[in-house]
Design a binder for this molecule. Structure first.
Ligand code: SF4
Length: 153
């Protein structure tokens, strides 16, 4: 049984050396096998289609300080931004025009009424698109408000 066969049974069957060796390989045949195996795993999970999603990084302002993260609040070297609502809305329109079925709003974690309203207003401009939010941990009430405004994930 090859390493790839063992990985298909369970990914943990591969050790770090085997995995790094496969990822570093320039063997096109091996990569075809890896992609085929990946498709097989995806199909087993019931997912056979790819959903293109327009990812919009709305802001890099964050109240948290996760040490691995380049935009943690303690990193004073990073210039901070919040894209104005109308510019994000223009990106959403562009995604729609290009035929994207979905968009995702991503930003650092901010808990405030202004932040909640900012995304509520943007979500109202996403009719017809699936919307994923990646905005840190929020209260249940905020998640409900965003869901009511149209967020799906
Ligand atoms: S909450 Fe997210 S964006 Fe903020 S520091 Fe942690 S990983 Fe980075």
């Amino acid at each position: 049984m090859t390493a790839l066969d063992r990985a298909l049974v369970a990914p943990k069957n591969l050790n770090v050396d085997e995995l790094s060796g496969m990822l570093a390989s320039a063997d096109e045949g091996l990569w075809r096998e890896i992609f085929a195996a990946a498709r097989e795993v995806k199909a087993k999970c019931g997912k056979t289609e790819t959903l293109p999603r327009g990812l919009i990084e709305c802001s890099n302002i964050c109240a948290k300080d996760c040490l691995y993260c380049g935009i943690r609040k303690g990193n004073a070297k990073v210039p901070r931004y919040l894209i104005p609502e109308e510019e994000v809305a223009a990106c959403v329109d562009e995604a729609r025009r290009r035929g994207y079925p979905a968009v995702a709003f991503q930003a650092g974690e901010i808990e405030s009424e202004a932040n909640t309203v900012y995304y509520e207003r943007l979500l109202a401009k996403c009719r017809g698109l699936e919307v994923t939010l990646s905005l840190g941990e929020q209260t249940e009430e905020v998640y409900r408000r965003w869901k009511d405004a149209g967020a799906m994930r």
